[in-house]
Design a protein around this ligand. Structure first.
Ligand SMILES: [Zn+2]
Length: 207
């Protein structure tokens, strides 16, 4: 039966969404079937618009509206101070740091790397190399929240930084008022403290 095939096809498409299982995918399909045609048309149009109007910045990996970038890179990467580069986990962390207007440097969003890239970090290494030769990059700041998996990742990145880029300073945000600073939710005071009390990650061998 045709209707059933359509339902199955749509379900399979939703199942490809991150974190969506078979049952949830089916609920999405029935939700859409019950919605009116105006809703459906808006949804289709908006998806198409996002796809055509938003692009990824090759320097920081964030997604931005094409109209707000220049020379194929985003606003931040065009305007900000390239001598500092902050590694953040996700775009919402970047947005929160930006909102506080306490940091003038550039960013790199790790979660926007593909899982394969996250094994080797070619894009990050390329970005750092570009920073050193073209922008006078001097300091790389780990702007991570305190989570075990991120600490592990930080150690992996640190070890290649020391090996491949001995000329740059490596720091991490100071751990302020609470034991686990969540960058995304930090207020201005916490973030200011974290930035001004940056910890120098000394040259030593990583275990
Ligand atoms: Zn950018």
């Amino acid at each position: 039966m045709d209707g059933e095939t359509n339902i199955e096809k749509l379900r399979e498409l939703f199942e490809q969404f991150p974190g969506i299982g078979r049952r949830q995918a089916k609920r999405f399909v029935y939700f859409l079937i019950r919605k009116d045609i105006h809703y459906i048309q808006t949804l289709i149009d908006e998806i198409a618009k996002v796809k055509s109007e938003v692009t990824q910045c090759p320097h920081c990996l964030r997604y931005y509206p094409k109209t707000r970038g220049e020379h194929g890179i985003c606003q931040h990467c065009n305007q900000k101070d390239g001598t500092m580069l902050m590694l953040v986990e996700k775009e919402s962390d970047l947005e929160n740091v930006e909102k506080m207007k306490l940091y003038e440097g550039k960013y790199f969003v790790l979660n926007n790397l593909s899982p394969h890239e996250r094994e080797e970090y070619h894009a990050l290494k390329k970005r750092i190399r570009y920073g050193i030769t073209r922008e006078g990059l001097r300091e790389l700041i780990f702007g991570f929240s305190l989570k075990p998996e991120l600490e592990h990742e930080q150690l992996r990145i640190q070890s290649f930084l020391r090996r491949d880029f001995p000329e740059i300073r490596i720091t991490a945000l100071g751990r302020g008022l609470s034991s686990g600073i969540e960058l995304e939710y930090s207020d201005g005071e916490t973030l200011k403290y974290a930035l001004t009390s940056r910890i120098e990650l000394k040259k030593k061998e990583d275990g």
